[in-house]
Design a protein around this ligand. Structure first.
Ligand SMILES: [Zn+2]
Ligand SMILES: [Zn+2]
Ligand SMILES: [Zn+2]
Length: 265
């Protein structure tokens, strides 16, 4: 079988329903289906690699129908992106040598801090670079992204197969802070999964916007006019109105990524 990307989640780190929240979107998700944390799997039908290890990792692994992943590419160390690694440990999967691709900064963090450091000490994982990885007919490359560097630096990924390419960029502080023009980045791939945490400035009452900097979807859509077909919005916070009504995006030709959808690579 040829390589495919599978969308396994589209929510911000806390997922939806969000912990402790009774907002309309969380209530709706709590009575129906949880919206899982942003994650994409890459599979050739035999091997399965994850882009990020989310708190929903057990469910997402099950969605792929495998008992363990062959490798995980990490973007950064915020909770929605690394927590899933804990399931590789002795108390759960007790894996051997799962490839964990990350930056030097990520490796240093995982080696310096409990409980992560036990994963390597016990041989559960093998920490490997992420600049340019050939999975056999599929290339995965990382690039640096400006995003609150509290524990580690942050990267996004470009995945290129013989048929198509994708961009995975769940977290970025702002498009202007990036050394790449987002239009150029989206133009260079077939499909771009982009940070859509907040729809607009008014959705975080009581919290300063600079405390959780992300591009607003309204701004992202303005910048990407003409490239709508390539864009898939991911990493939506539970406050994002597009979760219950995506028409403000759809009417402009943009859309959310959907859990379970597959892309040939
Ligand atoms: Zn995140
Ligand atoms: Zn909520
Ligand atoms: Zn983050």
């Amino acid at each position: 079988m040829q390589w495919e990307a599978v969308v396994l989640g589209i929510a911000q780190d806390g997922g939806v329903p969000h912990v402790g929240c009774m907002c309309v979107r969380c209530e709706k998700a709590a009575n129906g289906r949880r919206i899982h944390v942003a994650c994409i799997a890459l599979t050739d039908g035999k091997r399965v690699f994850f882009l990020d290890a989310t708190p929903d990792f057990p469910t997402q692994l099950r969605m792929m129908g495998v008992a363990r992943p062959d490798g995980i590419f990490l973007t950064h160390a915020h909770m929605g992106h690394v927590t899933g690694l804990l399931y590789l440990g002795r108390e759960a999967l007790a894996t051997r040598g799962v490839a964990i691709h990350g930056t030097d900064s990520m490796h240093a963090y995982l080696r310096a801090n409990a409980p992560w450091r036990d994963l390597e000490l016990q041989g559960r994982v093998e920490l490997l670079p992420n600049e340019r990885v050939d999975l056999g007919g599929l290339s995965v490359r990382s690039f640096q992204v400006p995003h609150r560097a509290e524990h580690t630096d942050t990267v996004g990924y470009i995945v290129e197969g013989p048929r198509a390419s994708l961009l995975f960029l769940p977290d970025i502080d702002s498009w202007d802070a990036w050394d790449t023009d987002v239009r150029d980045a989206v133009s260079a791939v077939d499909v771009a999964f982009l940070d859509a945490t907040f729809y607009s400035d008014d959705e975080l009452p009581g919290r300063a916007p600079q405390e959780v900097p992300h591009p607003r979807v309204t701004d992202t859509m303005d910048r990407l006019t003409g490239l709508e077909d390539r864009v898939r919005l991911i990493h939506l916070n539970h406050t994002n109105r597009l979760l219950t009504d995506d028409s403000p995006a759809r009417n402009r030709g943009f859309r959310l990524a959907e859990e379970g959808e597959r892309y040939a690579l």
